[in-house]
Design a protein around this ligand. Sequence first.
Ligand SMILES: O=C(O)CCC(=O)C(=O)O
Ligand SMILES: [Fe+2]
Length: 230
Amino acid sequence: MPKLPPDDGDLSAGLDERGWSLLPALMDRGECEDLRALYGDETRFRSHVVMAQHGYGRGEYRYFSYPLPPLVERLRRRLYDLLLPTANRWRRALGQEEFPGTADEFWRACAAAGQARATPLLLKYGTGDYNRLHQDLYGEIVFPIQLAFLLSEPEEDFTGGEFVLTEQKPRMQSRPYVVPLRRGDAVAFAVNDRPGRGPGGYHRLKMRHGVGEVRSGERYTLGVILHDAA
Ligand SMILES: O=C(O)CCC(=O)C(=O)O
Ligand SMILES: [Fe+2]
């Protein structure tokens, strides 16, 4: 099972200050390999998206179906608990209602709102592939923080393919971030809006994420989105 340390303050501080935080070495090599190997097992997934067909970039991904693989299921539950304090702090700052105390209550609320399909996904990129800046929104209910786990080793399995984020402040140009991931690392990041503190209170910072062009090799990621899809 991936090592998921408690929030020592760095996780929430990174999310508050930059909208993302690196969680190093959560998975070992074997776990990354096992997850990559699932990509070929079509029975595990509810849909297969060829990105170029939708203008999303180039590459492909598959959404897991329920029941999720046990590792992904356990990880997603623990991530809910880990991220809940920051998510609720952001909701309070933006004047929104807080999230339920447990992941099960949250997923029941998603289902009641018509969002009942699983959103964790595996992505696969080959040479020349990339992922345009986007936000993973699948309905009204949005848990504001998600994760991406890098399952391949940079410079060994692939080159290029940098994970990038942009932050847009009202009336300003976008600020870019490049996140230095290694195999087994995860990045926790804001899905869409996060509160930024200004002199007169909070404003909304709009975040987007994507992946730069893979210049050679194959790059796999596991995406863990907490809200379900309509
Ligand atoms: O492949 C990546 O690093 C980004 C994947 C992504 O867009 C996601 O997990 O939502
Ligand atoms: Fe995404």
